[in-house]
Ligand binder design. Structure first.
Ligand SMILES: [Zn+2]
Length: 900
């Protein structure tokens, strides 16, 4: 596969950037910027090249060359910031733009020797876009306010603002002055406000220019350009503070759209809890005066850490009555995640984009620990497993093609491609496995060593793992090779036998893999469990599996009722217990002390039913399965979240050999839902729902979320019933829903049912849900869920509304992605036509969202022959329309899919 950017091409730049003086002036139509860069030659240099893209360079000048102070990166933290330079010593110099390589080329008057320094001044002008969200871009402006500007510099956005060494290793100190219309409430950059220039911590009027204001920030901690922030906007502020146990305080600010400060109250509480939790967990102390969370409307990502200034899309930042449960959980995760980046990512920075997994894996791992401390850990782990197995963009699905999934990649076409399930879901699983293999203590020691050794500098994958090798005394070559440098995952099959005479339990493990490579090193956990659900003493353990076959013999144990293997998805991949009988799985569903594995056992049982239904259109669900399902509904001891998981019947099997039946998996689930609903009967389902409705409603947030999750499983059973009484019950729940998640779940169920007025109900709800962004996003996600052909008209109708905008990433993602995953309709001729048209028109607005739309097609070569050919024809058509360089990520991905 060929890429625009290859790992082999990345090397240290010939100059080290050590300091930048930046000035940015925001105007309604454009931005003027200038910078003085202090650079030190790493090697003899005759020509200086700076990265620059989509900007007009108006002037370049240079100051006389001097001998450098030695470059001290990584040696400490806080750095002295040089005083502002006078431009008197600068002389103009010739320059040219290399637009294909995106370089500003400056021939030097004489060759620069290694270690010599140079000051370069550039003055530029740029016209920020309102559809390309990198560098400075135009965000949604509040009514009556001057143009709102936001910035996004990861990965190479800084070079769209000013010429720079746009490299992760170009960590430097900054003095940044921002200027803009006097009506802006805020002009913000990284670091602390320079109190000599702005004594009140506020912008001051620009002398001689009555309608302009200026503010200066100083960042004394070397920062990579991709973390730079400059924004100008109109926000309301919710301010608070947090105090460390030693009394040190950090000012906290939420910058929110005017009138929305109330929505920041809960996030502020989560933030305060996160900061203290993170301090206690990692000992980290935030080095600046203030930590800001800044709302933006447009972004390809949920949020971005920008050293002290986290930007986050408003829909995810604020919490009010239109915030659904998935977003409530996400809010907890994203708040601690972005804050942790001040430590991991900003303090210690990846050496190149190929090490980006280091920033994210550790940060997501911390995020997971925090959410597990707030919510039920088993419930959270089930959600994480869902993310691994998600159809389309889930990393297992991506790896099944054998084309993508390597954590440390060989190359990429656009750095946005690194922001995917491989980096954010698979990579943290690798750290989870590393912790189990090394043991908690050695893992913690390794991570402490890493942060102390590289604080203030950069680190790469090899250096990261070396810290863990040093701390644990263990070699990690095998672990590193397969998990980081190959595509694919392990498949572990377990068999066991018990010999009553010798009281011996013998487990045989067999490891194969998806993708090309060797044997994975992984933590394999198991426990032998008795009929009452207790682990048999001495049998619960985690071993290091590093061969394709292994045998474990446990002597002197009583006969177990079942084995509980790979608890909490201890390793990333698949694990099947080939010895478990359906009867044993039923006992496991009811009794396993590991709640995660109860749900896994339930899913395996359902897969067995699924396989039989797939094989024959006249097959029925087994009475044993139905009886167990009814038993679970009546089980009063189960937590509501786990019960919800046990009762929720997914369309997707866990058995990945069944995944290629994309069309059939939809209809098989329909058969399961209908038969299950009928077997439970109206009365049982209504009673279960009423029991939930009548329970106390003053729940803490985690419990309330779990309850709504369970309630949704009952709503889906009502869709399975599809009787008049079921429709009435769903309508009642829709009408009296006080919570947005309950309301949207009831609406989705009605829209999926045969209710005669479903279309009218959908439009009626749309009228009121469109009034708030949170409600609108939730509503858009419902539209694509219908299994009927009418789904296309409904999506098209919504697309034509003036409220909808394809260039708003949240809106387009919410409307299009669910239909791309709708197995009932997307694989029809009309569905594939819709997908082709939508991909072609969306690629010019967002390649990032477009990649998500095509992801469900990636496995087409495993589909039935007629469907395989149809999907291939569609992918070919998309490719023909998008090839030629304007859409490198989408075209590159399509090429990879089509390449057999
Ligand atoms: Zn992150």
């Amino acid at each position: 596969m060929s890429f625009r950017f290859n790992r082999a091409d990345f090397k240290l730049p010939p100059v080290q950037l050590t300091h930048m003086e930046v000035s940015i002036s925001f105007f309604e139509t454009h931005v003027e910027s200038s910078a003085t860069l202090l650079l030190t030659a790493r090697e003899p240099l005759a020509t200086l090249e700076l990265d620059a893209r989509n900007i007009e360079v108006l002037e370049v000048s240079m100051a006389s060359i001097g001998i450098a102070l030695r470059c001290v990166h990584g040696a400490g933290r806080e750095h002295p910031v040089p005083p502002p330079v006078s431009l008197g010593d600068f002389h103009a110099c010739a320059f040219s733009m290399d637009t294909t390589r995106h370089k500003l080329v400056i021939p030097l008057a004489r060759q620069l020797a290694t270690g010599e320094t140079l000051r370069v001044f550039t003055r530029c002008r740029s016209i920020p876009s309102d559809i390309l969200f990198e560098g400075l871009y135009r965000d949604v402006t509040p009514p009556g306010a001057p143009q709102q500007y936001m910035s996004q510099c990861q990965q190479w956005g800084f070079q769209c603002i000013l010429p720079v060494i746009d490299d992760c290793t170009a960590k430097c100190t900054f003095r940044t002055t921002l200027e803009g219309d006097i009506r802006y409430t805020h002009l913000i950059s990284n670091g602390d406000i320079d109190r000599t220039a702005n004594p009140d911590g506020r912008p001051v009027p620009k002398p001689g220019t009555p309608f302009r204001q200026v503010i200066t920030f100083v960042n004394r901690f070397p920062m990579a350009p991709y973390l730079f922030l400059a924004c100008a906007g109109t926000w309301d502020v919710l301010a608070d503070e947090v105090r460390y146990p030693d009394g040190r305080r950090i000012g906290l600010e939420y910058l929110v759209p005017p009138g929305k400060a109330d929505g920041a109250r809960i996030p502020m509480q989560i933030l305060k809890r996160s900061i203290l939790w993170q301090h206690q967990r990692l000992g980290y102390v935030y080095p600046y005066d203030t930590y800001r969370t800044i709302c933006m409307e447009k972004s390809n990502y949920g949020g971005m850490e920008n050293v002290g200034n986290t930007t986050i899309i408003t829909e995810a930042a604020l919490i009010d009555e239109t915030t659904g449960d998935a977003r409530l959980i996400y809010a907890h995760g994203v708040i601690v995640h972005e804050y942790e980046h001040n430590h991991c990512g900003s303090g210690v920075t990846m050496q190149s984009p190929f090490d980006m997994w280091l920033n994210e894996a550790f940060t997501v791992d911390i995020e997971r620990q925090f959410t597990a401390s707030v919510f039920d850990p088993a419930f959270m782990r089930l959600r994480e497993a869902d993310a691994m197995r998600a159809p389309g963009c889930g990393p297992l699905a991506v790896e099944d093609t054998g084309k993508f999934g390597q954590i440390v990649r060989e190359g990429f076409n656009d750095p946005d491609e690194l922001v995917d399930g491989v980096t954010y879901v698979k990579a943290p699983e690798v750290l989870n496995m590393l912790r189990q293999l090394l043991g908690n203590e050695a893992y913690e020691a390794g991570s402490r060593l890493y942060f102390s050794r590289y604080n203030g500098g950069n680190a790469n994958t090899r250096q990261f793992l070396a810290c863990f090798e040093e701390a644990s005394g263990q070699k990690l070559d095998g672990f590193r090779r397969e998990w980081l440098y190959t595509i694919g995952y392990p498949q572990v099959a377990v068999r066991y036998a018990y010999e009553a005479a010798s009281r011996e339990l013998r487990l045989t493990l067999n490891q194969t893999r998806v993708g090309t490579g060797g044997v994975f090193t992984l933590p394999f956990s198991f426990a032998a469990v008795d009929a009452a659900g207790h682990d048999i003493p001495g049998t619960a353990q985690t071993i290091k599996l590093e061969s394709s076959e292994a045998e474990i013999v446990l002597a002197g144990v009583p006969q177990p009722a079942f084995l509980s293997v790979n608890r909490d998805a201890g390793f990333y991949g698949t694990c099947s217990d080939l010895s478990a009988t359906p009867e044993q799985l039923i006992v496991q569903v009811k009794r396993d002390g590991n709640l995660f594995n109860r749900v896994e056992a339930m899913r395996r049982l359902t897969d067995l039913e699924r396989a039989r239904l797939l094989a024959s259109p006249i097959a029925f669900l087994s009475p044993q399965w139905l009886e167990m399902y009814r038993h679970l509904i009546l089980d009063a001891k189960l937590s509501e979240g786990i019960k919800g998981y046990l009762l929720k019947i997914d369309e997707q099997p866990v058995d990945r050999t069944l995944l290629s039946y994309v069309r059939e998996n939809y209809s098989v689930r329909q058969r399961i839902m209908r038969a299950t609903a009928r077997s439970c009967g109206e009365t049982m389902i209504f009673n279960a729902l009423h029991a939930l409705d009548n329970k106390m409603i003053t729940l803490g947030l985690p419990a309330a979320i779990e309850r709504r999750f369970l309630k949704n499983a009952y709503f889906q059973l009502l869709v399975g019933l599809d009787s008049q009484a079921a429709h009435v019950a769903l309508e009642e729940h829709l009408d009296k829903a006080v919570n947005i998640t309950d309301r949207l779940n009831a609406l989705a169920a009605l829209w999926q049912s045969k209710h005669a007025d479903r279309r009218a109900i959908l439009s009626r709800e749309g009228e009121s849900l469109r009034k708030t962004l949170g409600g609108y996003l939730g509503y858009l996600q419902v539209i694509g869920l219908s299994s009927r052909e009418e789904v296309f008209d409904a999506v098209a109708e919504e697309e034509r509304r003036p409220t909808f905008s394809r260039s708003h990433p949240g809106l387009s993602r919410s409307l299009y992605v669910p239909l791309s995953l709708n197995n009932a309709q997307i694989w029809t001729a009309r569905g594939l036509n819709w997908l082709t048209d939508t991909v072609i028109k969306l690629a010019s607005v967002s390649e990032y969202t477009t990649l998500r739309l095509i992801a469900p097609c990636q496995a087409y070569q495993t589909f039935a022959p007629d469907l395989r050919d149809a999907v291939k024809a569609s992918l070919t058509e998309m490719h023909a329309a998008l090839k030629g360089g304007r859409y490198p990520s989408v075209a590159g991905r399509l090429e990879a899919y089509l390449n057999e």
